[in-house]
Design a protein around this ligand. Structure first.
Ligand SMILES: Nc1nc(=O)c2c([nH]1)NC[C@@H]1CN(c3ccc(C(=O)N[C@@H](CCC(=O)O)C(=O)O)cc3)CN21
Ligand SMILES: CC(C)C(=O)C(=O)O
Ligand SMILES: [Mg+2]
Length: 273
């Protein structure tokens, strides 16, 4: 099956994402944490590349996203930006860099933008962090919101189960989404919530809603690239579609290399000087 690669090579902007929502063209988004992956993802025609704090899990092997630092996020973001020509690059602000202190949030945001040359930032939360969101937007930095399952708050909930299933939580999520839009966010990620609730938010708001485990009635989709490529053998939530089985492909290739080295089949005469 042929892939979809846009012939429009202009850099993706916040303005163009809103236009895509208005036209009904879905927005494609995947994570990347490094230069090599970002080059592949951008070259395949991705609209938005997220330098996710899921790097804490996927790159560093932590159990949660909480330990990753501002310096580490900046390192990943710089590596990704060097590999990207067309996609918009959005960077997750890490846990501890914006909660509870607007001025610290602004300072962290400016550091990420100044040092990485990324295009925008993403912050988890609604009302609780709206002060930081407003300050960062006032500085001219585009902000993407993130509601529903918020992995930086995992210790408050204790599980990664679906969020906003009860009326009260759903009403708060809708209020938070409106607050984020009014504050000037250019898009919002909704993670692991009922599809009907996500559809309602997407229809009520003008800004694009990007879902992960939030159904198809939203304006775009995001996944972690290692998950959709099948490199993370253990991570198989219901919302994940696996487009490849790179775990098997890579294990086969690497084990053949081990055999070739052991059996003195590598290198051969043509592979030496
Ligand atoms: N590799 C990876 N992929 C992600 O999508 C991701 C990360 N890491 N790290 C940060 C957050 C955490 N996310 C998560 C984590 C767990 C589930 C999840 O649904 N896990 C299990 C059990 C959930 C439960 O307790 O019911 C599942 O089977 O669905 C979903 C998203 C999404 N993000
Ligand atoms: C799963 C996406 C939305 C994310 O925040 C991340 O990868 O960190
Ligand atoms: Mg994240």
């Amino acid at each position: 099956m042929a892939g979809y690669i846009s012939d429009d090579t202009r850099k993706v902007t916040t303005h163009r994402l809103v236009e895509m929502k208005q036209r009904g063209e879905k927005i494609s988004m995947l994570t990347s944490y490094d230069y090599t992956m970002a080059q592949i993802v951008d070259g395949a025609g991705m609209d938005v590349i997220l330098v996710g704090d899921s790097a804490s899990n996927v790159m560093a092997g932590n159990v949660t996203t909480l330990p990753i630092t501002l310096d580490q996020m900046i390192y990943h973001a710089k590596s990704v930006v060097r590999g990207v020509k067309r996609a918009m690059v959005v960077v997750d602000m890490p846990f501890g860099s914006y909660q509870g202190n607007e001025m610290e949030g602004l300072a962290s945001a400016i550091r990420i933008m100044k040092e990485s040359h990324a295009d925008a930032l993403k912050l988890e939360g609604g009302e609780e962090i709206i002060g930081s969101v407003k300050r960062i937007i006032s500085a001219g930095i585009p902000v993407m919101g993130h509601l529903g399952l918020m992995p930086q708050s995992i210790n408050k909930y204790g599980t990664y189960t679906v969020r906003a299933k009860d009326e009260a939580e759903a009403e708060k999520l809708i209020r938070d989404a409106h607050l984020l839009e009014e504050a000037g966010c250019f898009a919002i990620v909704l993670e692991k919530i009922p599809a009907s609730l996500a559809a309602r938010v997407a229809s009520e708001l003008t800004i694009p809603i990007i879902g992960i485990g939030a159904g198809g009635q939203v304006d775009g989709q995001v996944l972690v690239v290692q998950d959709m490529l099948g490199m993370n053998n253990g991570f198989r939530p219901r919302f994940l579609r696996r487009y490849a089985d790179l775990y098997t492909v890579m294990t086969d290739a690497i084990s053949r290399y081990v055999s070739d080295v052991k059996n003195c089949d590598f290198p051969n005469e043509k592979e030496q000087y």
